[in-house]
Design a protein around this ligand. Sequence first.
Ligand SMILES: *Cc1c(COP(=O)(O)O)cnc(C)c1O
Length: 370
Amino acid sequence: MSGRKELPLLDLGPELAPLETELVAAMTRVLHSRRFILGPEVEAFERELASYIGVAHAVALNSGTDALIIGLRALGVRPGDEVITSSFSFFASAEAIALVGGVPVFADIEPRSFNLDPASVEARISPRTRGIIPVHLFGHPADMRALGKLARERGLFLLEDVAQAFGAEYDGVRVGALGDAATFSFYPTKNLSALGDGGLLATSREDVAREARSLRDHGTRGIRYVHHQLGYNSRLDELQAAFLRVKLPHVDAWNEARRRVADAYRQRLADLDLSTPAELPPGRHVYHQFTLRIGAGRRDQARAKLAAAGIATSVYYPVPLHRMPAWDDGAPSLPEAERTATEVLSLPLWPALDAASIDRVASVLGAALS
Ligand SMILES: *Cc1c(COP(=O)(O)O)cnc(C)c1O
């Protein structure tokens, strides 16, 4: 647009540039150590991460998807077991259940938080249900009080999917310390991100941590080339662990900056005919995304106007999980998830997003919706 700068959805530059010297030093340290797999960087990162989240054990893995797969197996999910999760999430939250032979059962969402509706979860519990995966979507904690009560009463495990909510809190406790185990992703767009793929399983259960350590290394149990079960090659690299250790001390400040960006958006968009994201206590949002609802069929038109003005946006997610072509077999309707998929629009957001860019997004949206 006439020489005007495109506004991307995410700019990692402001986060990486000030850390470049430290990141290069971390790379050099690993290069000179000659240790690239399961060495001192991974061990230190696991300790630092466990202490940050407030759990006893952290097991560093290849990706958030592997963390879900390994977490489900470590929690004892067997072929045919049902696991309930949100119909409104990234595919991996449910894909992992199916990949371990389980049956993903989808519950509807609570529309203000975009997260699992505990009443819908309860309605979908069957004698074959083994556990629940709450996803803290877009950085907003799920309703862990109600879900925790349900899990305790019905004897189900809780595996938190924290991929989008690193550093968020619920009632003063970090998400990731609220269930039996929790999965993290360090994919480059997440609030704490590697310079490549990475993931982690956090838990205070000794049995789950031990099983995850075995599964990430081909089913071994400490002795090389003696395999007790079928596992995976799913270890976080020393290099990625070293990069993540550079970034971890900054993540709280970045999350605070994300919250300020969200407040600025909220103020600038207050008079428009759309809904800005809510923060439901006792949850503390970390705004992985700032996701609007624009109803009445006007979302796509607003998105096109923003695109024409050089402003990138994204639709997370256009198809609810119970309607995915990978397995859609006429599952029952989940009205909130289905409506939400037609209304959501995520705006550009990163910790250093400036006021002028926020104003620019707001004025284009104002014109599009007037
Ligand atoms: C990113 C993400 C994952 C998968 O993480 P990867 O590291 O990309 O495998 C899982 N669940 C949710 C909700 C995610 O956003």
